[in-house]
Design a protein around this ligand. Structure first.
Ligand code: T1G
Length: 693
């Protein structure tokens, strides 16, 4: 049964695509449209053709699931040309989001009408690609090269009113009945006849635009290959014929499609959509309604979480036992709102409405009726258990009890209540209102209803919610220990902090481990390590960080950490004093210092992540390896174009990783580098972590 149907409406043929969930341009859809258009074009009674879609959106692009497989006819560029060469006017009627190949097909049509709340865009850059079906040649002919560059390089959709302003569409459907308005619009189009974008010229543009654009985007496109190719393709649209431009676009597109970067970004796309699929939890699992929340603890995390909840429309009570703390927290929230209004991200009305839903309290009795509590107090088990015991006494039945702990045992916290089935970990990342990741930590008694409710809350808070099991540090921080450990050892063995950081930064990490340590505060890790009883019996283990913390060098917040920071500056400055301290400590510990290569730094830090990731899979802490990748690309600055640690390992080859891990075990000992059985088995059987899902 073809996902494409046609129906006559008087002298107009309406072609409808129905390929849920997002009408992607699969082979069947392309074939269906091609034959429906050919039939309508050959029909003498047909004076216009409308292409529209059923379901929640117009075509949201090529079918990404077909990428990497042998391409099947009809090819999208050919379909777009077929539509454009029609003598019968073709109109695209757009609702939801016309994206990528979907928007390119719409630009192959002679006219475009869109619903008021529709949007159009070319987001291929988010997949390490560029539009590959004439989008880089057609959009500049409609909007001019500068606007086209903005739209294609940002990858963000443009809403209907802006698209009309940029001439990317011709009409906005006002009545709310898109097809009816398109049928009315068709009369105008029949009178005007086909208007082919390929015949339009790109408006004159200063050739300097392209180098200026390259300079402007350089900081945020570091290490990525497709943005430069987008600039090249749009530049071609201004100085070559339409067909020459399309040929160049195709060449650049195929280079991107074959790249490991695009494979990494496509993996990240699907991995982020898979995290919501948790065994035993589905659309029939009941979800509790969450309209009111109390945040316990008005520190930086508490205030950030409160703001995130307020901007998602919830009623928020911030509770703290210190007056000053509450005042500071409330001021932080008011400041975040004011900043949002100033930057035009939030309207004045939204701010007033949000602050109208916000209150503070020092009394647990005042929060007895809330739907959910998120505790964000001091990272200490005894303190957290006291809080949960108090909450258990006052909260209504059915309330969700969540903790923002970043390392502690959820089951032990839950044991302070009589309702462990309602207890869950919601681990936010700093700054809580910005970082997209939310680790949803299930305890042994946490009910499926609470897990489903937390996944729904994550979506509402515009977070990527990843459900993980309960162990020390869950997924992110547990793996960070291995990554950080190798950094610490490399410092003692002779690699300078700035060398390690630059090596990993150039490799793609958002920042190096030593800059990250100084940002988070060396005192935080030091305190957590001091409370742990299961650390390896190794005097070198995190010795440098502990030494600096003991000296009060906490990092940015004290102006000195592994680096020095000039007054008010966040710029890390290498500090010779630290170099000398580390060298002396190496000598004291009997660690031989030596020249260390960049490759060794990357292999020890990144393979350390992979080994711990494999242990996490062995322990069943996650459902699939892609979940680990989503945690690290959304919470720890792992380069998205490398897909995540486990995807990177799969593409590098587990046999190569296993071999290197065995070498490290021989050099540095089994305590840290004993190869996980899972890694050994997969390496020897030629399989991947992603084969396990
Ligand atoms: N192909 C295949 N599957 C897709 C898809 C696509 N283009 N887009 C979404 N899905 C699946 C997704 O995996 C999920 O599946 C379900 O649809 C719902 O998605 C030649 C080469 C449209 C804004 O980059 O941005 O065209 O998990 O959870 O939050 O130039 O999906 O349910 O099994 O994200 O409402 C360009 C990608 C492709 C758009 C909807 N297009 N999609 O968001 O739902 S490249 C894109 C999105 C291209 C041409 C080039 C979003 C959305 P499942 P969802 P949502």
């Amino acid at each position: 049964m073809s996902p494409v149907t046609s129906a006559p409406h008087g002298a107009v043929t309406v072609i409808t695509v129905d390929n849920p969930p997002v009408n992607a341009l699969s082979q069947a859809v392309r074939e269906g449209i091609a034959s429906a258009v050919a039939i309508a074009e050959a029909d003498d009674t047909c004076e216009a053709i409308i292409i529209t879609c059923a379901g929640r959106t117009f075509i949201a692009g090529a079918d990404i699931k077909e990428f990497g497989k042998p391409p099947l006819e009809p090819y999208l560029p050919d379909l777009v040309s077929q539509v454009e060469t029609c003598e019968t006017p073709v109109i695209a009627a757009i609702h939801g989001t016309a994206l990528g190949g979907g928007f390119e097909l719409a630009m192959g049509c002679h006219y475009r009408i869109a619903a008021k709340n529709a949007a159009v865009g070319l987001p291929e850059v988010n997949l390490g690609l560029l539009p590959g079906a004439s989008g880089t040649q057609r959009l500049p002919r409609l909007t001019g090269a500068a606007k086209a560059l903005d739209v294609i390089l940002s990858g963000r959709p443009v809403n209907a009113s802006a698209a009309l302003e940029y001439s990317a569409i011709d009409k906005v459907s006002e009545s709310g009945d898109l097809v009816a308005d398109a049928l009315t619009f068709a009369k105008e189009c029949i009178a005007l006849g086909p208007r082919r974008i390929r015949e339009l010229a790109v408006p004159e543009v200063d050739p300097a635009l392209f180098d200026e654009t390259r300079k402007k985007i350089a900081p945020r496109t570091r290490g990525l290959i497709s943005p430069e190719k987008i600039v090249q393709a749009v530049e071609w649209s201004t100085r070559a014929s339409f067909d020459e431009g399309c040929a160049k676009e195709r060449e650049l597109f195929l280079e991107c499609m074959a790249s490991s970067q695009s494979a990494g970004l496509r993996h990240a796309f699907f991995a982020e959509r898979a995290v919501g699929k948790v065994p035993g939890v589905d659309r029939n699992t009941p979800v509790r309604e969450l309209n009111s929340v109390a945040i316990i603890g008005a520190g930086t995390m508490g205030a950030g979480i409160a703001y995130n909840c307020l901007t998602s429309g919830m009623a928020v009570t911030l509770l703290d036992n210190s007056d000053d703390g509450l005042e500071r927290g409330a001021n932080t929230i008011r400041g975040l709102y004011a900043g949002g209004v100033e930057r035009g991200k939030i309207s004045e009305d939204d701010m007033q409405a949000g602050l109208g839903r916000f209150e503070t309290s020092q009394n647990y009795a005042n929060i007895s009726g809330v739907d959910i509590v998120i505790e964000a107090v001091f990272e200490n088990m005894a303190v957290k258990k006291d809080v949960f015991a108090a909450l258990d006494k006052v909260l209504k039945p059915g309330a969700v009890l969540a903790t923002n702990t970043s390392t502690l045992n959820i089951d032990e916290i839950a044991s302070a209540t009589r309702r462990p089935e309602d207890v869950i970990g919601l681990h936010f990342f700093s700054p809580a209102h910005i970082m997209r990741l939310l680790e949803i930590v299930r305890g042994k008694d946490t009910s499926k209803e609470i897990i489903a409710t937390s996944l729904t809350l994550a979506k509402r808070l515009r977070k990527v919610g990843v459900v993980v099991g309960n162990c020390f540090g869950f997924v992110g921080n547990r793996m960070l220990y291995s990554y950080g450990r190798e950094n610490q050892f490399l410092l003692l063995e002779g690699a300078a902090p700035e060398y390690i950081d630059k090596t990993l930064y150039d490799w793609g990490m958002a920042m190096g481990p030593n800059v990250m340590g100084d940002l988070a505060g060396l005192d935080v890790g030091h305190k957590v390590r001091r409370e742990r009883t299961d650390l390896p019996d190794d005097p070198r283990f995190y010795r440098v960080a502990d030494m600096l913390a003991e000296m009060g060098r906490y990092g940015q917040k004290t102006g000195k950490g592994t680096y020095r920071y000039e007054d008010g500056s966040r710029k890390p400055v290498p500090d010779a004093e630290v170099g000398a301290l580390i060298a002396a400590e190496s000598e004291r510990l009997g660690v031989q210092r030596r020249e260390i290569s960049g490759d060794e730094i990357i292999e020890r830090c990144i393979y350390g992540l992979v080994v711990e990731g494999a242990r996490i899979l062995e322990d069943g802490i996650v459902t699939r390896s892609g979940d680990i990748d989503v945690v690290w690309t959304n919470g720890y600055g792992f380069p998205r174009h490398r897909g995540g640690p486990m995807h990177y390992a799969d593409t590098t080859g587990l046999d190569k990783i296993y071999e290197k891990v065995c070498e490290f075990e021989a050099r540095f000992g089994s305590m840290y580098w004993e190869p996980p059985v899972l890694l050994k088995e997969l390496a020897e059987s030629g399989r991947k972590f992603s084969d396990l899902a």
